[in-house]
Every structure is written in structure tokens, then in C-alpha cells.
Design a binder for this molecule. Structure first.
Ligand code: BG6
Length: 477
């Protein structure tokens, strides 16, 4: 088998988000965030895709994010396991509502700040650098209810206060930052990313793109503050990237795929990396009657504060054609498109395409020429605990091996890749379905979809494999 040369200092690790793992949803004065009001089970995906969501906790429903996997109390045990894996970095998010429970307070919540101090100190004890997402689908519910989420420009100021607080507090502890998780996903899942539900067709246009303008301002503000306060730190954007293939060589389909890619894959990173609204979006705005409210100084702020690197998640590719017949549509490929006859899919219908990762790395690097960081990738699968207690997740090892091979090839293509943090390095609550049974981890957590289980941690077979990958800097796959 061919071996690959990963750069010295390559950032191997794993990725998580506060809302999907911490639990302790009311501890330490934490306020409610969006994930706290999302019930579990398949109902969640419907909620994310249908209008009229109320952002309230209802009696009789189960909310899996409330307990997560109890990282809030078990972080020492979990970090010790990450250290055993040999992690160089650990991607996590700060829950905005631990720091500003309602989002509108003037002073940060000390208990929340102290919790992340303890987590960062524990990571550093083992030489693991935190990679921190400032906002990972965790907007305070109060800002959603009172201000309509990111539709409101006032939210930029609340966010700035939050960013000020965490950059000041952790300036000696965190070197890698990212602003908004999968910022472009708001085009598909506005509830999570933009903090409002689409109630009518018109919401998709003016309010959505106005909300994006506010997020771009907030992101640029964070970059500016980060440069001032922690000049040696690196701060990136974070996008959900899925290369868009044309179903065939019909130029109309090729053009359609290109337009879909421009809007979904590139619009946000074009603004955050190049510092300008791209020309194609201006035509789109005109065609959909979108007129952004842009204040004096906004465009300059965006221009002057572009990101240092692109963090992105990669799970699947997408195949598009203009006229899609119902029988051609994929089941569960959350980004839509038609079934690609050359690809297999996960049990949740997400197409598995390691070559697509090499394509993505080449496309992104050619377009932007800035370092790339794969901050999410992985296979959501059902795991079985055998009678002897082992978990033989060969399918996960195969998936990850093929994707790391694609990374090795892309590095040979000349792509500058900083690191790799597979998603859900420890099993956690699924974002799209709220299930625990959709597992990604090297570490199994005994917790189930109905909330039962001991929360005990167990190493899977992939744990031993990934440890060796890191130890050999990607040579032994
Ligand atoms: C990404 C998100 O879209 O995909 C994560 O940033 C999420 O929060 C991950 O968990 C996997 O998706 P899911 O729905 O399988 O948890």
C-alpha cells in the first residue's frame, strides 16, 4: 500500500460541539440555546425543514442535547482518552449561552468562563491545542425570540460582546479559532445557522441574505478583534463543502451544477476569504429582488478582515441536474440532488465519496490559495457492542482510511492542508436527527436514543487504528 508524507506538525485530532456533548444544560447559569429546544428523533429533520418552528420546550418531548454525553462533568476522563489517541488538537465550541445566558447581558457569566478555563487547562496538561468554534448552532434562544436571530443588526453587537469576552479571557490558551460553523448551511437549515424559521417563501431571500450580511460583519469583527488581541493566533471561517457534480455532460446541467456550487459552496467563503461580495451573487440578488441594508464602513470592515484559513466539513458530494425525476432523488442526502450511480451511501443515505474529498481540496485551494483545515469528516453508523465488550467498527476504519488517502493525494497535488479533525471523535448527539445511534466516534458512549444508558466510555477498534495513524503521522493507514 502506498504511504503518504503528511507535513511536519500536521494537526491530527477530533471534532465536537458544545451543544451535542456537554449536557449540563441548566448548570453554571447557562441559558437556553437553539439546540436545547430541538427534540430528538426523526421529527428533528422535519422541524429543520418545515416552517413555523416555535423555539420552545414542550412537555412530554425528549430533548437529547440537555444531557448530551455529559462532557460537562466527564471532560477529564474524555480528554485523557484524547491524549491516549495522541491528539495534537481538539476541536470544540464554546456555548455562547454559558458566557451570556440570554445573549443581552452586559457582563459575562463567570461560571461559564471558568468551565472553559478548566477544559483548556486540562487539554494543555497533555499538550493538546484547542481549536475553538465561536458559534456552532448555539445561538441564545432569547435572541431568536426577541430579535429574530441574525435578521437583526443588533445581534452583531451582542455577538461582539461575547467575542470580546472570550478572546480576552482565553488569549493565552487558544491559538486556533473559527467564527461560524458551516456558515453556508443556513441556506439549507436557517433554524440552526441563522436563528430563524422560514415562514414563507419570501423569507428565503431578503431576510436570509440580510442575516448573512450581519453574520459577515460579525465574523469580520471577530477576525479584527482576534488580530488585535492575539496576533499570533489563526482565525478561520468554517463552511460545509460538498463538491457539486453535473449528472451528465449536458452543458445545461453542467451550468446548473456550477450555479448551485457558487451559491451554496462559495458565496460565504468568497466574502470571508476574498473580502467582497462576488459578482455572481449580485445577479442573484437582482433576480430575487434582494436589496441589502449595508451601512457605511461595512464593506471596508469585510474587506480588511479576511480569514487566515478555511475550515470545512466534508461528508458527501452532490450530483445535480435540472430536471430531477422523483425516482432519481437520493434518500437522506441532506443537500438534495440525485443519486450518483457510482457511489454507495451510509445507512442515513449520505453518499460516500473519498475521491470527492480530493476534488474538494483541489477546488478550494485553487480558488483561494489559503491553508485548508478539514475540521469535520466521518461516518455516522450503528455500532454493535459484542458479548465480549468489543466494538469492531471496520466500516469506520475503511471510510476514514479512504478519506485520509485522498488527503495524502491532495497534498501531493500541492494543496496546503493544516490538519484533520474527524467529526464526533467521541459518540455524541446527532445534529440532524438528535439520535445517539448515529455514531461517529473512536470512543463509544453507552447512551441510547431514548436517553437510557450508563454513559460509560469504551474504546472501539478504530481507536487503536487512529492512534497508530497519528503516531506514524499518516504513514500507517
Ligand atoms: C455537521 C455539523 O453538519 O455535521 C455537526 O457541523 C454535525 O454539528 C455533523 O453533527 C454530522 O451531522 P449529523 O446530523 O450526522 O450529526
Amino acid at each position: 500500500m502506498k504511504t503518504y508524507q503528511f507535513p511536519k506538525g500536521f494537526l491530527w485530532g477530533g471534532a465536537t460541539a458544545a451543544n451535542q456533548m456537554e449536557g449540563g444544560f441548566k448548570e453554571g447559569n447557562k441559558g437556553l440555546n437553539i439546540a436545547d429546544v430541538l427534540p430528538g428523533g426523526k421529527e428533528r429533520l422535519n422541524i429543520l425543514q418545515t416552517p413555523g418552528f416555535k423555539f420552545e420546550i414542550e412537555d412530554g418531548k425528549f430533548y437529547p442535547n440537555h444531557e448530551g454525553i455529559d462532557f460537562y462533568h466527564k471532560y477529564k476522563e474524555d480528554i485523557a482518552l484524547f491524549a491516549e489517541l495522541g491528539f495534537k488538537v481538539f476541536r470544540m465550541s464554546i456555548a455562547w449561552t454559558r458566557i451570556f445566558p440570554e445573549g443581552t447581558e452586559l457582563e459575562p457569566n463567570e461560571e461559564g468562563l471558568a468551565f472553559y478555563d478548566r477544559v483548556f487547562d486540562e487539554l494543555h496538561r497533555y499538550g493538546i491545542e484547542p481549536v475553538v468554534t465561536i458559534s456552532h448552532y448555539e445561538m441564545p434562544v432569547n435572541l431568536v425570540r426577541e430579535f429574530g436571530g441574525w435578521r437583526s443588526r443588533e445581534v452583531v453587537h451582542f455577538f461582539e460582546r461575547y467575542v470580546q469576552a472570550i478572546l480576552h479571557r482565553y488569549k493565552t490558551k487558544v491559538k486556533y479559532w473559527m467564527t461560524f460553523n458551516e456558515i453556508n448551511s443556513g441556506l439549507e437549515f436557517p433554524i440552526m445557522g441563522l436563528g430563524f424559521a422560514i415562514h414563507e417563501e419570501a423569507d428565503k431571500y431578503q431576510p436570509t441574505f440580510q442575516a448573512y450580511h450581519h453574520q459577515f460583519l460579525a465574523s469580520s469583527m471577530a477576525v479584527k478583534l482576534c488580530r488585535e488581541l492575539i496576533p499570533e493566533a489563526k482565525i478561520g471561517c468554517m463552511i460545509l463543502y460538498a463538491p457539486v457534480y453535473s449528472y451528465d455532460s449536458n452543458p445545461d446541467n453542467v451550468l446548473y451544477a456550477l450555479k448551485e456550487a457558487q451559491l451554496f459552496n462559495y458565496f460565504c467563503s468568497d466574502v470571508q476569504v476574498r473580502g467582497e461580495y462576488p459578482s455572481y451573487i449580485k445577479r442573484y440578488f437582482k433576480e430575487h429582488n434582494i436589496q441589502l441594508d449595508i451601512h457605511e464602513g461595512d464593506l471596508q470592515l469585510i474587506k480588511e478582515n479576511t480569514v487566515d484559513y478555511i475550515g470545512f466539513s466534508y461528508y458527501m458530494s452532490r450530483t445535480e441536474k435540472i430536471e430531477k425525476k422523483p425516482e432519481e432523488m437520493g434518500q437522506g442526502n441532506i443537500l438534495g440532488g440525485v443519486v450518483n450511480p457510482f457511489l454507495q451511501a451510509s445507512d442515513w443515505g449520505w453518499s460516500i465519496d473519498p475521491v470527492g474529498l480530493r476534488i474538494s481540496l483541489n477546488e478550494l485551494y485553487d480558488r483561494y490559495r489559503v491553508p485548508l483545515f478539514i475540521v469535520e469528516n466521518g461516518l455516522g453508523a450503528k455500532d454493535k457492542v459484542e458479548e465480549d465488550g468489543t466494538i469492531n467498527d471496520e466500516y469506520r476504519i475503511d471510510y476514514l482510511r479512504n478519506h485520509i488517502t485522498a488527503m495524502g493525494e491532495a497534498i501531493e497535488d500541492g494543496v496546503e492542508l493544516m490538519g484533520y479533525t474527524p467529526w464526533g471523535c467521541i459518540d455524541l448527539v446527532s445534529m440532524s436527527t438528535g439520535e445517539m445511534s448515529k455514531r461517529y466516534g473512536f470512543i463509544y458512549v453507552d447512551r441510547h436514543d431514548d436517553g437510557s444508558g450508563t454513559l460509560q466510555r469504551k474504546k472501539k477498534k478504530s481507536f487503536v487504528w487512529y492512534k497508530e495513524v497519528i503516531e506514524s503521522n499518516g504513514r500507517n493507514l
